[in-house]
Design a protein around this ligand. Structure first.
Ligand code: GDP
Length: 385
């Protein structure tokens, strides 16, 4: 019996030893757990190079340089040309329509100013869209002065013509744009005119003039009927850092205008320029639309300038449009576009006479700064150059 207990004890001891051995081996074996396999392999630590001191080793490891963050690049804003130099720069473009001036000078310098010559002068003036009334006035004054002061001297003919043309264009009219508000409110410029006359382009160019004069400006894309007009205006604004308030396509133009002028008041801006839709469907429709826009704006701030945009190449048609608009809104100034493409500079005189309102701006090309403040003497000099 004792034997049996002894053998069992030895067997148990042997089993215990074997068990301990196996457990020890297991602990040393590499992990086989599948999740551990996905862990990144640890690089074996590199031995420090020879001569490395303890201080070196204790020093904080150098932060790896953060890759340079590419800061969002601000759009490079354009610097628009100051308005004062514009008409002079664009003189050549006007001179392109100077057939009128050259033709008149040629006729007036004739030795014999007979009836045929005066008739030719009249035809030239009427052909240049000056209008019948102003033409007769001018011819009358030229006849008198040429008789008294003239003669065969081309120099004096030129001087007389220059003076009379300037008088006709009227240098006494106040052509400054009313872009400033009162009582801390912004000036509001309402821009009206038939589509295609260059209205939106003129609003964009005007924004550049205001920026050049360091005025804080906001544009309102209230021509919500022409999707392209809003996009067009947004591009103009972006180029000079002027914000554009827009509404949904086909939305209410008055609400866009209201929103913009409200922003202008809240943000203490200098000027808000409002582009409008130029649908000449019928006079009543136009009146309702523009009337509403104006009323709504004036809940916030008075409209300081109503600028009518007219295409100089449209002649009599343009004058009819001008008349309709002036009956609908109180036009305070005219922006005459595309004078570069017209041989009919006389429209300046005709439209001023018809509306009793001065031409304040002239468009002389498709370039961004091809809009100039109008000046009677500079205009006539360009015609005669
Ligand atoms: P809107 O429909 O009245 O808003 O007209 P836009 O502003 O879209 O202009 C119609 C076209 O006239 C565009 O191609 C303009 O570039 C062009 N335009 C505007 N002003 C002038 C100007 O003074 N001279 C010339 N040559 N083209 C102009």
């Amino acid at each position: 019996m004792t034997w049996l207990y002894l053998i069992l004890g030895i067997a148990l001891l042997a089993l215990l030893l074997v068990g301990l051995l196996v457990a020890g081996r297991r602990r040393q074996a590499p992990p086989t757990d599948s999740t551990d396999l996905l862990a990144p392999e640890q690089e074996p630590a590199e031995a420090p190079p020879e001569g490395t001191s303890l201080d070196d080793l204790l020093e904080a490891p150098e932060e790896p340089e953060a890759p340079e963050e590419s800061a969002p690049t601000a759009p490079v804003l354009e610097k628009p040309e100051k308005p004062a130099s514009r008409l002079v720069r664009l003189r050549q473009r006007l001179a392109g329509s100077g057939a009128l001036g050259r033709g008149l000078l040629g006729l007036l310098s004739r030795d014999n100013l007979d009836e045929d010559t005066w008739e030719a002068i009249e035809d030239l003036l009427i052909g240049a869209d000056i209008g019948v009334g102003p033409t007769q006035e001018l011819v009358e004054r030229l006849r008198t002065r040429m008789r008294v002061e003239g003669g065969a001297d081309g120099g004096s003919a030129r001087e007389i013509l220059r003076e009379e043309l300037i008088a006709l264009v009227d240098p006494t009219l106040d052509r400054s744009l009313d872009v400033s508000g009162a009582d801390g409110r912004p000036g509001v410029v309402l821009v009206v005119g038939v589509n295609g006359t260059g209205k939106t382009t003129t609003v964009g160019k005007l924004a550049r003039i205001l920026v050049a004069e360091e005025r804080t400006t906001l544009l309102a894309a209230a021509d919500t009927f022409r999707a392209a007009a809003t996009e067009q205006l947004a591009t103009w604004g972006e180029r000079v850092g002027v914000e554009v308030v827009r509404g949904p396509e086909g939305g209410d133009p008055a609400s866009v205008a209201f929103e913009a002028v409200k922003r202008g008041v809240d943000d203490n801006l200098d000027t808000v320029v409002v582009d409008t839709a130029g649908r000449l469907q019928n006079k009543q429709g136009l009146m309702d639309e523009l009337g509403k826009v104006k009323r709504v704006i004036e809940k916030q701030a008075p409209v300081t300038e109503v600028l009518l945009v007219l295409d100089a190449t449209t002649g009599q048609n343009g004058l009819i449009q001008a008349k309709v608009f002036s009956e609908v809104v109180d036009v305070t100034g005219i922006a005459l576009t595309k004078l570069d493409g017209s041989a009919k500079g006389g429209i300046v005189v005709a439209v001023q006479r018809q509306l009793g309102v001065p031409v304040k701006l002239v468009g002389l090309g498709e370039g961004a700064d091809d809009l100039a403040p109008f000046d009677a003497a500079a205009f006539v000099d360009a015609l005669l150059s």
